[in-house]
Each structure stands twice: as structure tokens, then as C-alpha cells.
Ligand binder design. Sequence first.
Ligand code: ADP
Length: 326
Amino acid sequence: MHPTYDVVALGELLIDLTPSGHSQQKHPLYEQNTGGAPANVLACLSALGRKSALICKVGDDFFGTALHQSLVRAGIDSSGLVWSKKEHTTLAFVHLGQQGERSFTFYRQPGADQLLNEDEIDESLIHKARLFHVGTLSLTGQPSRAATFKAIEAAQKVGLPISCDINYREPLWPSSGEAKEMMERLLESVSILKVSEEELFLLTGLTDADAGSRILFNRFPLQLILITRGAQGSDARTRQTHATHPAFNVKSVDTTGAGDAFMGAILDQLLATGQNLDSLEQTTLQQWLAFANAAGALVTERYGAFDEMPAREAIERCLKTNNVIR
Ligand code: ADP
């Protein structure tokens, strides 16, 4: 059977409230944006012409309806979206620093995304995919934790590669120990892992890419580890080789979604080559990093992320400039 979707993801679909200037009375204004890391990854894949579906839960409210419409507009299959009558759609207020770096305040005590149940997972979507992607926000508590592991099992049963962006949001976890425990359980099933340096530290106690990756490769059946460092670029490692690539020099105004664009772009490259991850050459890895860094950089040039994912042509133009941060 030919797969219907390139990627099926499970995870949070929420509203990002991004700072948007001030009112005449000098009160801060916030813009309503579609957010959630797995949703952003799929939006990037859609912008690159890839087919995807999202398994998620939103509140049966005004924001949930807006999020549903966003998926439809982006061409992401929304048949795996579940409505909660009980809890509202999760909100995340984004705070932007001087360089566009961001932090979050979540309104999720709990939010609808956390209430995704095991029996609400449409496994037939997963069976129709080439790859399954998850983050870790769905692991912060029950019942979405059990739902996530059930979906992982379904993906494994049909032999799908599983990718994961750790995307650690400390305030959402009961403790960092519990976060680590759940992430480790997840990593037993993951072949493609994306982390930041802080997340590498959480998982291994080390920030050094080489030593940290070695620990992860020894403990888990990972095949590809990606480490992103914002304006310092990124790094990729397989068991055989590694590559690194600087970031592109752009006028960043909002770094929200840079990592998601990066992740989506890496998955696009992987799907394009269909190559076995264990036999990837250094030059291929480097090309993937360049492509993904360009995608990440371009999304920081605009406010928001989900609706601002770059098209393939824009990424290719950016690559041609070779205007990297040295
Ligand atoms: P995350 O959002 O997961 O923390 P990063 O912020 O590291 O991920 O961003 C992912 C990639 O996007 C980086 O490796 C880099 O290539 C690109 N990127 C992020 N921020 C910038 C920036 N300010 N300027 C240029 N490129 C950036």
C-alpha cells in the first residue's frame, strides 16, 4: 500500500499569543498565532509540498475552531483532531527578548492538549504514514502521556521511523527528574532526535556534542542526533560520521518556530533521499544541515511561525547567498 502521508505527528496544537506592539493607551498588544511544535513541523513540511496529519486535542471553543481552520488552510489533515468539551484550548504567551529570543507563559492547568486519551488515537492515520513525529509536551502528564506511548507502539508495529524534538519546557513538568525519565522511555523507540545544548545536558549531564551524543548512541537505538544552537548553527551525528553548519545571517525578529522549521526541513530531506540513516555520508548530512538552517533562519525574519514557513524556493535562494554567520 502506498502511504497517504509523509509524516503523521502527535502533540500539542495551541495558541501562541505573540507581542504585537502597544495600544494608544500604551498597553501591550498580543497577536493570536497558531502554535505547538509538532503542528509547526507539519506546517513546514506542508510549505515544502509534503503530506501530513496531526493527532491532537483542542478545546471546543473559539480558539480551537481557529486552530482547526489553520490546519485546513495549511493543508494538514485534521481528521485526527479531537475536541474537548471539558477543558479549553491551551494558550502560550510568548515573551520576546532584544534579539528575538523567546520564553513562554503557558495557560494549561490542564489544557485540552493534555487530555488526549488513548482511545482517541486514530491508529489508521499512523498506519498510512512514512514517518511518525512527536515532541515531549504530550508526556508531561496523563492521559496524553499514555496516548503518546500508545501511538508510538502503533508506529513501531508497522515499522515506521520515529523522530522526536525534545522541546523541553521546564514549567510544564512536575520535576526535571520526571521529564528525564519520560524522555528516556521515549528514546527507546526514537531513531531521529533533535535537541538543544540544554536538552543534551538534561539527558546526559554534558553539553559537549561529541561526548553527549556518544552517551545517547550507547544507551538508545538512535540513528541520527541533531543539535541546534540558534544563531550558532547546528550539528548532526550518526554512529559513523558527523557534520556541522553555521547559521545564516538574517534579520531575526522572532525566533519562535526556528527549531520546528529546522526539524521539518530535516525530515523533508530524509524523505527526499529515502536513504538508510546508517549509511549517510558526511557531505549529505552537511547539505541537510544547510537546508534546515536556512529554513530555521528564514522563519525568524517574520513574526509567528506556523503561517510563515518558507517555501522550497526561498530556502534555495538563501542557500545560494551562502551568507552564513562566521
Ligand atoms: P529551537 O527553536 O528548537 O531552540 P534553534 O533556536 O536552535 O532551535 O533554531 C534552529 C535553527 O534555526 C538553528 O540551528 C539555526 O540554524 C536557525 N536559527 C535560529 N535562530 C537563528 C538566528 N537568530 N539567526 C539565524 N538562524 C537562526
